[in-house]
Design a protein around this ligand. Structure first.
Ligand code: BGC
Length: 746
């Protein structure tokens, strides 16, 4: 009886749908849509997706497989007229109540707001966010992005960058989360979780090993399987596990021979099978190179337009080259992601972005992210009651602070702060300064003192001003963007000379860095204070001033090593492609050339497991500032380490604030594996950020995920613990680990 009823209901539904398909889409009422069985929110996303895919025509399925084009990047379909103005627009299936997907880049805020007459908050750069080591701050970061996406009419984020900083000169280092897979994966996971909680589809990118921009469309990255599983891919694995990310963007480059977007190992064997990823894979913009091969490898969706996943794909299905089941699986994943994240049940409502709330969140995260690198003779915090004069020098610090470029670029309100008002439209790879003025913020702290600005273009003149002041503060910057890499980690232009000259004129010189990557500092010994502010976002100047004057105690730590020189990096120079052809080079045929496939050039990551601090540790190379390092205006002591073996090793210890100010300390736990593991000397396996009042002690207890103590066995395709003595090391920085205890595992 029950089955008879089901058959009857199914056939009634089919008749209703047939009727609905004959009626113009616009005539579909909300009531009709609501009554479709897949609109029942009590069903699982899997069931809902299965139900709706069954009802789709071939054309409807194909329409979900690709975007509709982005001007300047290949063909643009007339359907793109309905785009919300973001980087990607996928028409929905209105007949069945499946809405369009409106995608926007959103690395540190929502992109293209200027072009669309909207407003977005700029958060600190992603690397800055990672420097907070605070998963709650990362969640807030993602939640703010989610809210602003929805207010602007988007239902999908293209943020979530987590390529490991294997090449710190990568022009997108600021978009990523540093050099450690566990820190980066955990933090990006929280960002995505925060966004998806607002009911937008979250994305993690660029999968995988897109660790340099030079020749990104043609480079073939060579790396052994164990190394990638334990480093770059582990960051993705953790990020996806923590967030249940609904989308993965595959990258432009090739990995061990195949393009990432048609790489069966990456997309199917690992992502969809071993990691049980339930969402869909979309190609980076122009990163699709085939229909049949990519489809079989696991690519679900092509962006930004249909080159391979439109008519060509349809023909391949009709001719049987691509099985219908394979097509259905791609479509199922896409609509499942929409059900799972709530974009169908709770579509975005356009509204006014909470500007004031955004400025507040951006400031709080910046205050947690800025890292105090040097504080000789406690030059900081500055005592506002004693200072009569400050010389403020360089980096347009009278009007603004720099931001990161490329598809991550957030548009500043009122335009580029260094240009006349109204002339501030942002263009690809312009250097954009946000109107957050250090001069104003510092003056607000010192209403009775003399604060004078010098642009720093003429170092002797800047030094002359510095000589007359109680304190000199030099703002220095290193700009970077998608589509380029840095030639070196040195500060560009005359800034090294500027800092050296100012420092020799004033014994109280403080440098505030606005950088996307680490920088080398031949001047470090000459200055008294160094603050790394990264790209500090919409409220950067207030955050910096609050730290300089001690309203906030610094608590950020480096998510990336600062080496002494480029020569100390695993690759002293970046391998560049023999043939340059990118969509940004002004080559009119670049798009076609990229789609067809540029000749590969090789990059060999022979350093393998030795990424970041693991490289410097193994090679015994001294560094300028180590991974995990950051000072505070108070001091902390570590004691009482206890390591308890078990399914999850438990590490317990006590941290005491031994100074006179309240603060927040990031307590770090590393593990040194038994020699038989063949690993670099140590790896981060956990941390905790804890608030402590002056004199207060707290016990910290961290459970270590067994995977974080394991190595990847390629022959068995499994993570395994290497039996023997594992040494757990605890402290406040990767090179300052006063507590140590060994535990025998297995
Ligand atoms: C970038 C992606 C971005 C896409 C859309 C590409 O050039 O690599 O990160 O999401 O453009 O703007």
């Amino acid at each position: 009886m029950a089955s008879c009823l089901r058959v009857r209901r199914t056939s009634l539904l089919r008749i209703a749908l047939l009727f609905a398909s004959l009626v113009p889409a616009a005539a579909q009422t909300a009531e009709q849509v609501k009554n479709f069985p897949w609109m029942n929110p009590r069903l699982s996303p899997d069931d809902r997706a299965a139900l709706v895919v069954k009802e789709m025509t071939l054309d409807e399925k194909i329409s979900l497989l690709h975007g509709t084009g982005m001007s300047g990047l290949g063909p643009v379909s007339p359907l793109a007229a309905k785009s919300n103005g973001g980087a990607g627009y996928v028409v929905g299936v209105r007949r069945l109540g499946i809405p369009a997907i409106q995608m926007s880049d959103a690395a540190y805020g929502v992109r293209m707001s200027g072009e669309n007459g909207r407003y977005s908050t700029a958060l600190p750069s992603c690397l800055g966010g990672a420097a907070s080591w605070d998963p709650e701050a990362a969640y807030e970061y993602g939640a703010l992005i989610g809210r602003e996406l929805r207010a602007q009419g988007y239902n999908m984020s293209l943020g979530g960058g987590v390529n490991l900083a294997r090449e710190p000169r990568n022009g997108r280092t600021f978009e990523y989360m540093g050099e450690d897979p566990i820190l980066a994966g955990t933090m990006v996971g929280q960002v995505i979780k925060g966004s998806q909680a607002q009911h937008v589809i979250g994305d993690i990118k660029h999968y995988a090993l897109n660790d340099q921009e030079s020749g990104r469309n043609s480079v073939n990255v060579n790396i052994d399987e164990r190394s990638m599983r334990e480093t770059d891919l582990l960051a993705f694995e953790i990020g996806i596990r923590e967030s249940d990310a609904a989308a993965v963007m595959c990258s432009y480059n090739r990995v061990n021979g195949d393009y990432a977007c048609e790489n069966k190992y990456l997309l199917t064997a690992l992502l969809k099978h071993d990691w049980n990823f339930k969402g869909f894979v979309l190609s980076d913009w122009g990163g699709t190179h085939s229909a049949a091969k990519a489809s079989a490898a696991g690519l679900d969706h092509e962006e930004p337009a249909e080159i391979f996943y439109g008519d060509a794909y349809k023909k391949a299905v009709e001719s049987g080259t691509i099985p219908v089941a394979e097509l259905d699986e791609h479509v199922r994943r896409i609509v499942r992601a929409m059900f799972a994240t709530g974009v169908i049940d709770d579509p975005p409502q356009k509204g006014v972005v909470d500007v004031v709330g955004g400025l507040d969140t951006a400031r709080k995260i910046a205050e947690q992210s800025i890292v105090l690198l040097k504080n000789e003779h406690n030059v900081l915090p500055l005592d506002a009651s004693k200072i009569r004069s400050i010389a403020l020098i360089g980096a347009h610090s009278d009007v603004g602070m720099i931001s990161g470029g490329g598809s991550a670029q957030v548009d500043p309100p009122g335009g580029n702060a260094i240009m006349p008002p109204g002339k501030g439209q942002t263009h690809w790879q312009d250097q954009i300064w946000f109107p957050t003025s250090p001069l104003k913020a510092i003056k607000a702290k010192l209403p009775r003192a003399q604060v004078q600005f010098n642009p720093g273009t003429d170092p002797p003149a800047a030094a002359a001003l510095a000589k007359t002041a109680d304190v000199a503060i030099v703002f220095a910057y290193q700009w970077e963007s998608e589509g380029m890499d840095l030639d070196s980690l040195a500060l560009p232009g005359n800034q090294e000379d500027l800092i050296a000259k100012v420092a020799s004129a004033n014994a109280h010189t403080i440098v505030v860095l606005e950088t996307g990557s680490p920088v080398t500092m031949p001047w470090a010994d000459e200055v008294s204070g160094i603050l790394e502010a990264w790209y500090a976002g919409s409220s950067g100047a207030d955050a910096v001033a609050n730290l300089l004057f001690g309203d906030v105690n610094p608590s950020g730590k480096l998510p990336i090593t600062f080496p002494r020189s480029d020569a100390d990096l695993p690759h002293p120079t970046i391998v560049k492609p023999p043939v340059k052809s990118t969509t940004q080079d002004g080559d009119p045929d670049a798009w076609e050339k990229i789609a067809d496939g540029l000749p590969a050039f090789q990059v060999h990551y022979d350093e393998g497991l030795k990424v970041g601090y693991r490289w410097y540790d193994t090679e015994k190379k001294p560094v300028l500032f180590p991974f995990g390092f950051g000072l505070s205006y108070t001091t902390y002591a570590y004691s009482g380490l206890k390591v308890t073996p078990g399914n999850k090793v438990r590490v317990t210890f006590t941290v005491t604030n031994t100074g006179r100010r309240p603060g927040a300390e990031i307590a770090e736990v590393y593990a040194a594996l038994p020699a038989a593991a063949g690993e670099p000397p140590k790896r981060l396996v956990g941390w905790s950020k804890l608030k402590l009042n002056a004199g207060e002690s707290k016990e910290v207890s961290i459970e270590v995920d067994p995977k974080y103590l394991s190595v990847f066995n390629v022959d068995r395709n499994a993570w395994e613990l290497v039996p023997g003595a594992h040494v757990l090391l605890v402290g406040g920085s990767s090179d300052d680990l006063p507590l140590k205890e060994s535990v025998h595992l297995k």
